[in-house]
Design a protein around this ligand. Sequence first.
Ligand code: NDP
Length: 386
Amino acid sequence: MATVLCVLYPDPTTGYPPHYARDEIPLIADYADGQSLPRPRGPLGFRPGELIGCVSGELGLRHVLEKAGHKLIVTSDKEGPGSEFERWLPEADVVISQPFWPAYLTAERIARAPRLKLAVTAGIGSDHVDLAAAAAAGITVAEVTGSNCVSVAEHVVMMVLALVRNYLPSHAISVTGGWNIADCVARSYDLEGMHFGTIGAGRIGLAVLRRLKPFDVPLHYTQRHRLAAETEAELGLTFHPDVSSLVRAVDIVNLQLPLYPATEGLFNDAMFSTMKRGAYLINTARGRLVERDAVVRALESGHIAGYAGDVWFPQPAPVNHPWRTMPFNGMTPHIAGTSLSAQARYAAGTLEILQDFFDGTPIPDDYLIVDGGRLAGTGAKSYGLT
Ligand code: NDP
């Protein structure tokens, strides 16, 4: 019998939903890059479209795990020595956490988890785990690669349009009884013709490029490995050999690369100063890619025209975090990858990973971040160390 410690975000403030806005979610075939959707064995413990990412939803795992004789602890209480997470950590064989409400698995916490063998990220991005410490402790780290790529790509497109068209302030004017058209449009532009560039054109970055292509925007990208020539030709992509070349060339910069030591603080004062005046920055990747106060300065000085982000540090962000109130921001709490549609996929993938782990079947390479004491599978490609 294993103890599975699962950290999820709290329930809605109004309580767990008795019903939903829609009766079902569309059935999706396999992912665009050909990767298979999660295929857990046996029935799911939830109905796709239900809110399973929060504590009462339990990722639909309770029945399935308890039937197999395992113990499931679910909590949102994750910070500090008195937290439920720290209380149960010493007896946990498996920890499950989500990037939206990350249970930071630091080296100190790993040292207090002698039984821990598997850390699952229910979603994408395992930077909340100290990967080196996990590798040294023989812990396998796995995530549900692909599960919410389109969810995030759609969020990026929404943020691009929201910033460029000045949607959020205009909406606020409409709901507060106003009608000053000039207030709405004094910062509103058409996206058409603007140059868009993504730093990182992996699963999500490429999905963003594909979705923006019909808007007639010249598309740019940079990353260490160049995309296939056919993909560049199909989308009319301009490749830049480095970040600074891309940043100077475009009106909208999108961050879609993982956080690891070499990418932390990538957007600092020096980088902002190389952006075009009036450019926009979108960040659904990780908060620490951007220096907290540098973006505030860039917005307040008017050097950049807007910042829309979905990711913060720490999470949850403190109420006085300056990104909540800085000018021209289109921030969301970390939600891009946890739509009800995404939850169904990453919960199914989490179950698949658990089944492989308990059955002694190899976890697919696509899902692996750390295994056998080193970066493995997707982790070896994504985290920049190999
Ligand atoms: P992928 O691994 O598919 O793509 C990441 C891309 O980043 C790769 O193509 C890689 O290319 C590129 N990259 C890595 N390092 C650098 C670098 N130093 N400079 C430029 N490019 C770099 O990951 P995904 O697209 O699936 O996810 C990307 C990130 O999005 C995740 O790591 C996560 O942090 C975030 N995310 C956010 C979510 C949300 O809800 N907001 C949900 C899901 C993910 P190369 O190796 O050639 O450099």
